[in-house]
Design a protein around this ligand. Structure first.
Ligand SMILES: Nc1ncnc2c1ncn2[C@@H]1O[C@H](COP(=O)(O)OP(=O)(O)OP(=O)(O)O)[C@@H](O)[C@H]1O
Ligand SMILES: [Mg+2]
Length: 362
């Protein structure tokens, strides 16, 4: 019987110190033997966002304990591992460096392969930890720093068909939470209070909704929330404003996902016999309201929709270990150059045009 690969995954790209031991299953999915995530929310709360130096120091303080806990909980010794994977970008350089260097050193001492991983590839493959998903599939990656539609043709084979031209969806949630004095991180807080308000209370803008293909723009929505917050009695109306914001985001994602599905069918020329899979991943994919609306859309458009379970939506080490196993199995050393430096920017589709800044035409 072929040996099942077991990897340690390390994640320190932003404000979560995370480590996980993952073993592949024979059916293309994975068994997560441990998944330890230590969030720094409390350390950054008073600043309303992540402070890089504080985040880096906190990673340094915790990383060895988190890795130790992940190994112990999974009943695994370093000698039992087939490889070590660590996030190498995109993210905050001072944070990435911590997990990356610890992972690389552990691998060197134990003479194990070391795989630098693209954090976005971790999110992109996270739904396949628990679901058998065949390539190609359409991916909506909605997180704190990114919002993109991609065609995932295979490992290291991504075509970006749409992206935000300004704010990411998670960022829009976080900024709205700040305006509504809800604290940090904002996504789950906005979702919670949105349930208590009326979704059609305020008419908020949906920038570029009928143009720009499946590219997204959210900065105007955030500005409209800010403006509205100054016009109303915020204490009384914050539930209605949160509900209207959540509803506007949902409408944007429904409309743009519909466009992305059409582009996916056109570009892949996928036959009617093959399943058309739509994966929604990243921190914002934990939002139940967005999930429900995209499930309804997928039914209408004849797509199977898949999400990672909520513990694998936000940053975690399991998705990094899993991406490491998937890359290692490609048996192409170019896919895991162990000497590559950490990178603050690292697109999944490096040929995609850069879509931010003045003069942008969409
Ligand atoms: N229930 C929710 N509803 C909406 N947004 C949410 C929810 N839960 C988390 N988020 C948002 O998800 C984001 C965090 O996701 P994630 O950890 O994947 O982002 P990141 O790692 O900071 O960014 P990236 O992955 O782009 O580098 C935050 O913006 C947070 O507010
Ligand atoms: Mg992330």
């Amino acid at each position: 019987m072929k040996k099942k690969l077991t990897f340690l995954g390390i994640e320190t790209s932003c404000d979560e110190t995370a480590a996980s031991v993952v073993q592949e299953n024979t059916d293309g999915t994975a068994k997560v033997l441990s998944n330890i995530v230590s969030s720094q929310i409390e350390e950054h709360r008073e600043f309303g966002g992540v402070v890089p130096e504080i985040a880096a120091r906190s990673h340094i303080e915790k990383i060895d304990l988190i890795i130790d806990e992940a190994l112990k909980k999974s009943n695994t010794k370093i000698k039992d591992l087939d490889g070590i994977a660590a996030t190498a970008g995109p993210g905050l350089i001072v944070c990435l460096t911590v997990g990356y260097n610890v992972g690389k050193s552990l691998a060197a001492f134990s003479k194990k392969p070391f795989l630098p991983i693209n954090h976005l590839e971790g999110h992109a493959l996270s739904a396949s930890i628990e679901n058998k998903i065949s390539f190609p599939y359409l991916l909506l990656l909605i997180s704190g720093g990114h919002s993109q539609y991609l065609i995932v043709k295979g490992i290291n084979d991504y075509i970006q068909i749409g992206t935000t031209i300004d704010d990411a969806v998670g960022e829009a949630f976080d900024k709205t939470a700040k305006i509504l004095s809800l604290g940090y991180p904002g996504g789950p807080e906005v979702e919670k209070i949105a349930k208590l308000g009326k979704k059609d209370s305020f008419n908020l803008p949906k920038p570029i909704i009928h143009r720009g293909g499946c590219n997204l723009s959210l900065a105007g929505l955030k500005t409209a929330v800010l403006r509205k917050s100054k016009e109303i009695d915020l204490k009384k109306e914050k539930y209605n404003l949160a509900a209207s914001f959540q509803n506007t985001i949902n409408q944007i994602l429904i409309e743009k996902s519909k466009v992305a599905m059409k582009i996916f069918i056109e570009k892949t020329k996928i036959s009617d016999q093959l399943p058309k899979n739509f994966v929604v991943a990243g921190g914002v994919a934990a939002n139940e309201s967005i999930r429900q609306d995209l499930i309804s859309l997928s039914k209408k458009m004849n797509f199977n929709i898949l999400f990672p379970s909520k513990q694998y939506c936000g940053d975690n080490g399991a998705m990094i270990a899993w991406a490491g196993i998937k890359r290692y199995k490609e048996k192409n050393p170019l896919l895991y150059n162990k000497d590559m430096p950490v990178k603050s920017r690292w697109a999944l589709d490096e040929k995609a045009p850069f879509m931010k800044g003045p003069g942008l035409k969409i």
